[in-house]
Write a protein that binds this ligand. Structure first.
Ligand SMILES: O=C1C[C@@H](O)[C@H](O)[C@@H](O)C1=O
Ligand SMILES: [Co+2]
Length: 297
């Protein structure tokens, strides 16, 4: 594997979190991007607080950084594909303008990820008609993404209708592999199913984007016992950067390398920036990657 095949990024979510815009407000885009350079990453994903394309490109160029992609909350089941397509075209145009590679899509109809509900017991499920509508709609969005030179990567997520390995299997079976790819997020599947290796091995051919999110198992168990929401769980420290939690990333990385994975691996650890200094944790992640993952390649 050559070093160019994998690009290493870190998401803005440790500095400022789109799920909770009130925390980390003091962290500017300039501060975030400069911290990313200091920590030694090659790029990031777009956060909700990022400026328009021209201004962002200038800040990126100053620091020789790249954009991997950006999250898009789709409501295909609730609003229908036509309404979503209009919005998605605009989203993809912005991503093209900032030279991104992927459009991260997550279906948010009935999602409880931002609500004050027990994230471990109250997730929604889709009925057969909703599944059909979603899969067809994602195929359409995948074709739109391609018009902008992007790959649509689907983000399975806690508290949504596509959370468990079984739900991801069904989504992969019923969408077109040419147009709908998978974003593999270690943290979400570990919290959901207690295992992150099966999904990786099963769908490695569809995985075109990766989020490295680690989980502190002891805190996960506490959050489960107390029936916490998604937001309360991450504020309690359920997630952290690779090497600081309970997931064995050497195993994960080996599978990616063995299957010649090409693309981004983005460290993504939402924590409260007032408790977990974002630059300090970015450095912990990079040191772990350099000393435990890249050392064997
Ligand atoms: O990729 C992600 C984007 C966030 O907005 C989300 O809530 C987080 O958990 C995640 O994995
Ligand atoms: Co993620």
């Amino acid at each position: 594997m050559s070093n160019q095949d994998i690009l290493w990024g870190i998401a803005p979510i440790g500095w400022r979190n789109d799920d909770m815009p009130e925390i980390g407000k003091e962290n500017t885009v300039q501060q975030l991007l400069s911290d990313i350079v200091v920590a030694g990453f090659q790029g990031t994903e777009v956060g909700g607080f990022f400026p328009e394309a021209k201004a962002l490109n200038k800040e990126l160029k100053l620091r020789n950084l790249k954009i991997a992609g950006q999250w898009f909350s789709s409501f295909i089941i609730r609003d229908g594909i036509e309404a979503v397509s209009d919005e998605f075209h605009k989203h993809c145009q912005y991503l093209k303008d900032v030279h991104a590679d992927v459009a991260v899509v997550s279906e948010q109809t009935y999602s409880i990820q931002g609500l004050d509900k027990n994230i471990f017991t109250e997730k929604p499920s889709f009925n057969n008609a909703e599944w059909g509508k979603l899969c067809e709609g994602l195929n359409d969005l995948g074709r739109i993404a391609e018009q902008y030179g992007l790959k649509l990567v689907y983000h399975h997520h806690m508290g949504t209708g596509i959370q468990t390995a079984q739900e991801v299997d069904r989504l992969m079976e019923n969408t077109d592999a040419n147009h709908v790819h998978l974003l593999y997020d270690t943290g979400h599947i570990y919290v959901s199913d207690g295992d992150c290796m099966s999904m990786l091995k099963k769908h490695i051919g569809r995985i075109k984007h990766v989020h490295f999110k680690d989980v502190r198992k002891r805190i996960l168990e506490e959050c489960k016992t107390n029936g916490k929401s998604f937001l309360q769980s991450f504020l309690s420290g359920m997630f952290t950067v690779p090497g600081d939690g309970s997931i064995d990333f050497t195993e994960v990385f080996q599978v990616l390398v063995d299957h010649d994975y090409k693309g981004w691996i983005v460290v993504e650890a939402e924590q409260n920036p007032q408790i977990a200094n974002p630059l300090e944790y970015a450095l912990i992640a990079k040191t772990y990657i350099d000393e435990n993952l890249l050392v064997h390649t």
